[in-house]
Design a protein around this ligand. Structure first.
Ligand SMILES: *Cc1c(COP(=O)(O)O)cnc(C)c1O
Length: 397
């Protein structure tokens, strides 16, 4: 099969929801992937920040095979060992108390919305409104979509979940102005991913924490993209020295195996009692065994130090590029969640990089996003930067 055969069949039988790159990938190893015609690419998008240990990591494939021969699924009617071990690992590492497992980022956020509302309803209080931010991204299910502050994703799906108010990111006064006695929570990404790699200012994050505490409402952090080592800390909020009441995770949690989670403080988690929330597949042994191995590797202090060092190295290289290229505006992000903002739309540049053997994606129209595997080597960083520089020379927006 060549790329075109796969594309033709896909166009005939797969729903047309993505503007897809005309390449069919068939194999991956470490930071490299190959298409159906044997062309090799250096992967600096990691399946959108998912393959945090690259492709076909030997310890992950071993655990998948091992668990695959034991127990795949048994439902949450019973306890299973990998689920409780992953819950313990996540709670101990993050300082949160309880976990709920889902299958995706959007689903983790749905769980957070429901938990926030139920927590207050259980106290007999009618707090149900949630403050979210312009330019945010929380997923495509109808609840998460209602909290996503980008009209292009919402258009045509109205009426959306009611009870959502939008504030301006990095503007604490705009949040304050929206709080009423019906507000139950604020949901925010510490670093907006899809919205353009916009990091929260430390004073804004700390201010939000204080504001939520003063008002008696919940701070929900969506760390689906920025959590789990991506910024060089276990959690993005550790960059800000704060702790949320609820935090949601997904992308890197299974390294490519679908799994999402929400973690909460024990008092808040008490908002859910048996029957309140559920997921057939959520927390199944196969996904959790892989997630546990991912976390064992990523949460090791030496691994996180390495992410910080590689992130710093890549950042310096990108700043060099941005300094030499008049079309670049600025370098954004933290750790290995980085972006270069350009004055023009970057779609053409992404296509040239692909042709030259480097996979990248944008974050919004004008930001080139770099989210390589967290275990990328310096040599691979240099190679990617070389391809990017070459591609910039060919780019004429
Ligand atoms: C990707 C993403 C989501 C949605 O995750 P899915 O697994 O696609 O549902 C939610 N929030 C953030 C911050 C994301 O980056």
């Amino acid at each position: 099969m060549n790329n075109q055969t796969v594309i033709d069949k896909g166009q005939q039988y797969v729903m047309n929801t993505y503007g897809r790159t005309p390449v069919a990938l068939v194999k991956g190893r470490g930071s490299r992937v190959w298409d159906a015609e044997g062309k090799q690419y250096l992967d600096f998008m990691s399946g959108i920040a998912v393959c945090a240990l690259g492709h076909a990591h030997p310890e992950l494939t071993a655990v998948l095979r091992e668990q695959g021969e034991k127990l795949w699924h048994c439902s949450n009617i019973y306890w299973n060992v990998p689920q409780v071990e992953l819950a313990e690992k996540l709670c101990r590492a993050t300082g949160m108390d309880k976990a709920f497992f889902a299958n995706s980022g959007a689903e983790a956020n749905e769980g957070a919305i429901k938990l926030a509302r139920k927590y207050f309803r259980r106290q007999g209080r009618n707090r149900y409104r949630i403050i979210a931010f312009r330019n945010s991204f929380h997923g495509r299910t109808t609840g998460a979509l209602a909290l996503t502050g980008q009209t292009k994703y919402q258009q045509g799906f109205e009426p959306l979940l009611p009870g959502v108010d939008f504030a301006e990111f990095n503007n604490l006064a705009s949040v304050k102005a929206l709080i009423t006695d019906e507000t139950c929570a604020v949901m925010v990404e510490p670093i907006q991913g899809e919205g353009g790699i916009n990091a929260a200012d430390p004073s804004f994050m700390q201010g939000l924490r204080d504001l939520c505490t003063e008002e008696g409402i919940l701070l929900i952090l969506d760390e689906v993209q920025c959590g789990l080592g991506r910024t060089g800390k276990m959690m993005g909020y550790q960059q800000y020295n704060i702790k949320p009441d609820i935090v949601t995770l997904a992308k890197a949690l299974g390294g490519g195996f679908p799994i999402g989670a929400l973690l909460a403080d024990s008092e808040v988690a008490g908002g859910f009692v048996p029957g309140d929330h559920a997921s057939t597949f959520g927390g199944n042994p196969l996904a959790c065994a892989v997630g546990l191995k991912m976390m064992e590797i990523i949460f090791a202090p030496s691994f996180l130090e390495q992410v910080q060092a590689t992130g710093e190295y890549l950042r310096q290289k990108l700043e060099g590029i941005a300094g030499r290229d008049g079309r670049a505006v600025t370098v954004k992000g933290l750790g290995l969640l980085l972006g270069i903002e350009f004055a023009a739309e970057v779609k053409g540049l992404v296509d040239i990089c692909l042709k030259n053997g480097l996979l990248l994606i944008s974050a919004g129209p004008r930001v080139l996003r770099l989210v390589p595997p967290l275990n990328i080597t310096r040599g691979e960083v240099e190679e990617a930067v070389g391809i990017l520089e070459q591609s910039l020379q060919e780019w004429d927006p």
